[in-house]
Design a protein. Structure first.
Length: 394
């Protein structure tokens, strides 16, 4: 689908490199540019096996790895030469540093006016905080997410995964595709895309802005409850498992009462009326929780499915991998890796009917494609490459 598109991934860690990952899954030629000595720090993130980072193996799928020291003049010049042959260049370096290196958008546009440059930072490319270092945790805090997440009266809760990075990466990926469409279909120029780690997540929380702007509301932590529907929580079963439930539409909530045999509540306006039911969310939760506590997970799910209740088991990773629906869709695939052997990873998302994404290989060794890229793409000789490697440029 994206065959012929060349992407330079000059970023580190999660949000920006994930954009290149998504593009690579659908055919883009992604060249991952890494620091020569240790590579992208994400190689050392999370679980390791035999000294190899497992997260790296997935996030660098389909990418070609080259090494290059961006801090030296020769390295910076090589970046500009690579940009001549690229459609997209992805960075997450602080703006001031890129200007000092001569790798800011204006400098790259002078080399290739068609280049689409994506620059993901903590706070954005302008404003009083633009030069501060930023990470996903800070975006999760400042977006308002942590403030509304957690149990009532408990501290703000941060997610145990890269939420802000992931949301920003998806936002940035569609921004890149729009910029390319504008360039290639409408004859527009290349352009700079400015994405930070706060704005995309805040956009998903826009209902808090609307409530604050129009009603002066500042929502507080309420556990699993949400002030638009009841029931909405997780419930423990008799066999020690958990299920989650949503009553987001009036019909769904009434189905719950039928499923648990509480037909009396259907005739009680305090429970049948959506707004009045919200005021009694704790009572609704107690009614549902008491019933679920007497059933095994299987029994509860059978009853809920029979009444078309919106309920689902709370999975851990072993449950997720074993689920028959996900297995049918081929959500998890096995890819043979030269270093670690067969690895189960998630297949590309989304699904296309005629041009599905692929995982050709997992994360490569550091600098594995130096000769291939510098030789074939830039026309450098083996002696030139060896000299640059010996001097620490590569």
């Amino acid at each position: 689908m994206l065959d012929g598109l060349r992407v330079l991934d000059l970023a580190t860690l999660a949000a920006a490199p994930l954009v290149a990952t998504y593009l690579g899954e659908f055919g883009a030629d992604v060249i991952k540019v890494e620091e020569p000595r240790h590579g992208d720090p994400i190689r050392g993130w999370g679980n390791q096996r035999d000294g190899v980072g497992l997260m790296w193996k997935s996030i660098a799928r389909n990418k070609r790895s080259i090494t290059l020291d961006l801090r030296c003049a020769e390295g910076q010049e090589l970046v500009r030469r690579l940009v001549e042959h690229a459609d997209v260049a992805i960075f997450n370096t602080r703006p001031q540093t890129l200007r000092k290196w001569g790798l800011d958008y204006e400098s790259l546009r002078a080399v290739n006016e068609r280049i689409v440059m994506l620059h993901i930072t903590g706070y954005g490319l302008s404003g009083p905080k633009s030069e501060r270092p930023g990470f996903g945790t800070l975006g999760e805090a400042m977006s308002g997410f942590a403030h509304i997440t957690g149990q009532a009266g408990a501290p703000p809760t941060l997610p145990p995964f890269m939420l802000a990075d992931g949301v920003a990466s998806l936002n940035a990926a569609y921004a890149v595709m729009m910029a390319l469409y504008h360039r290639d279909v409408h004859g527009g120029p290349g352009q700079l895309i400015d994405v930070n780690l706060i704005d995309p997540l805040a956009r998903l929380l826009e209902q808090t802005l609307l409530g604050y702007d129009q009603l002066g509301l500042v929502p507080e932590r309420a556990g699993n409850r949400w002030d638009i529907s009841a029931p909405r929580n997780t419930y423990r079963t008799a066999d020690g498992k958990w299920l989650a439930m949503s009553g987001s539409s009036p019909a769904l909530a009434l189905r719950v009462f039928r499923a648990i045999g509480r037909h009396d509540l259907l005739d009680d306006a305090d429970f049948s009326d959506p707004q009045r039911r919200l005021a009694r969310a704790r009572e609704v939760d107690a009614v549902v929780a008491d019933w679920v506590a007497t059933k095994t997970l299987s029994e509860a799910m059978d009853a809920f499915e029979a009444h078309e209740v919106a309920a689902a088991p709370v999975y851990d990773i072993s449950d997720l991998v074993a689920d028959e629906q996900l297995a049918h869709r081929g959500v998890f695939i096995s890819v043979d890796d030269p270093q670690l052997g067969p690895m189960t990873v998630q297949a590309p998302v989304p699904r296309f009917s005629s041009a599905p994404g692929t995982v050709g290989h997992l994360g490569p060794r550091l600098g594995e494609h130096n000769t291939e890229v510098y030789g074939d793409l830039l026309g450098m000789s083996h002696d030139e490459i060896d000299d640059l490697r010996a001097r620490g440029v590569l």
